[in-house]
Design a protein around this ligand. Structure first.
Ligand SMILES: Cc1cc2nc3c(=O)[nH]c(=O)nc-3n(C[C@H](O)[C@H](O)[C@H](O)COP(=O)(O)OP(=O)(O)OC[C@H]3O[C@@H](n4cnc5c(N)ncnc54)[C@H](O)[C@@H]3O)c2cc1C
Ligand code: SF4
Length: 324
């Protein structure tokens, strides 16, 4: 691994000042960053350790919940308030990584984990995300696991976080401390589509530090579910995942929230499907029609068209279970 300097900040403002330089990175649980440093993909000259200064608890806030960016994935998944009010978040976290990793991984680090595209992780290969302008070998190469929605000719990578999928479905916001103060970013606007700048995963600016994630008060979220489809039952990233909640009265959809994972460079909020479903009969026909309407925007590559069928099936099955 390339040599680097290591420091700790006393408070968020101090951390932001230290990390404003372009060769600095924050270190939280280290479960993604340190792996990428060992591979030579990330090469910071300075690590600013923030694990001791980030809030690690969950607080009640305006009827919703504020989850500290330093909260460990395992603690959030086990919290009784999360399990009762946002079961989908607990299920998504428990579907990710392993027990040991979840004990170390933080909420802030989870949102900023980087794509698992094999070319991105291999420094002997070109990759626009790792080295802008070198090309995207995945488009004609190994893209079976990669994106079908919102892709560009410059990058077809997917965002790997399970946790981010329910956060997108349920209007979470990300609280960030910046050099100029603090700001709140809706989760659905936090991660970017690749466009012609795939090196930028998110809208964060230099040195910005995530300090919390806010979940709104949303009774519907208590009726929620996460479904993850993957190559094996544990320790694997999603080929497709769905976070959804459904409220039905007199056989018709009153309200619904849907987001997909594993399909795009960011968690994919399925607003087309949601809009189509409200007021419709809560049954297989409208569920299939809504899935098809959302997935009409898919642009699959040679080897990942199966994801369209898989996403449709995962959504329809999840909605049927929720309706029952
Ligand atoms: C074998 C393996 C399997 C996995 N499987 C899954 C899976 O199935 N699903 C899934 O969702 N995840 C999976 N993961 C990923 C895991 O969830 C992430 O590695 C973890 O969540 C990252 O959190 P961390 O605190 O360790 O982040 P770190 O590795 O410390 O940091 C990650 C990135 O975030 C930045 N960062 C960290 N905290 C902040 C902050 N507060 N503000 C600004 N920047 C910050 C760092 O600079 C770095 O760029 C897996 C990981 C491994 C190693
Ligand atoms: S899909 Fe994105 S991350 Fe993968 S090789 Fe292409 S540019 Fe790199």
């Amino acid at each position: 691994m390339r040599p680097f300097d290591y420091t700790r900040a006393a408070d968020p403002a101090g951390a932001v000042a230290l990390a404003a330089r372009p060769d600095a990175k924050y270190l939280a649980g280290g479960t993604n960053l340190v792996d990428l440093m060992k591979l030579g993909v990330e090469t910071p000259d300075l690590l600013v350790d923030v694990i001791r200064l980030l809030p690690g608890g969950i607080e009640e806030s305006a009827g919703g919940m504020r989850i500290g960016a330093g909260a460990r994935n395992s603690d959030v998944a086990a919290d009784p308030r999360v399990r009762e009010r946002y079961p989908v978040l607990s299920q998504a976290l428990l579907a990710g990584a392993s027990g040991q990793l979840r004990n170390a991984a933080t909420v802030g680090g989870n949102l900023l984990q980087r794509t698992r595209c094999r070319y991105f992780q291999d420094v002997t290969k070109p990759c626009n995300k790792r080295e802008p302008g070198t090309g995207c070998p995945a488009v004609a190469g190994a893209h079976r696991d990669l994106g079908i929605l919102g892709t560009s000719e410059h990058c077809v990578a997917t965002h790997p976080s399970d946790m981010a999928v329910p956060l997108a479905a349920f209007d979470a916001t990300v609280r960030v401390v910046s050099p100029d103060g603090a700001r709140d970013i809706p989760l659905v606007e936090f991660h970017r589509l690749p466009g012609d700048e795939p090196q930028r995963d998110t809208v964060l600016g230099a040195g910005e530090l995530i300090v919390a994630v806010d979940l709104p008060a949303l009774p519907l979220a208590a009726l929620s579910r996460y479904r993850k489809v993957r190559e094996r039952a544990s320790f694997a990233f999603a080929l497709v995942s769905v976070a959804a909640a459904l409220e039905v009265a007199d056989g018709r959809v009153v309200d619904v929230r849907i987001a997909f994972g594993g399909l795009a460079h960011r968690p994919w909020r399925a607003t087309v499907a949601e809009d189509l479903l409200r007021g419709e009969v809560a049954g297989p026909e409208s569920f299939v029609a809504a899935a098809d309407a959302e997935l009409a925007a898919a642009r699959p590559l040679r080897d990942n068209a199966y994801k369209v069928d898989l996403a449709r099936a995962a959504l329809v099955q999840t909605l049927e279970e929720l309706a029952a």
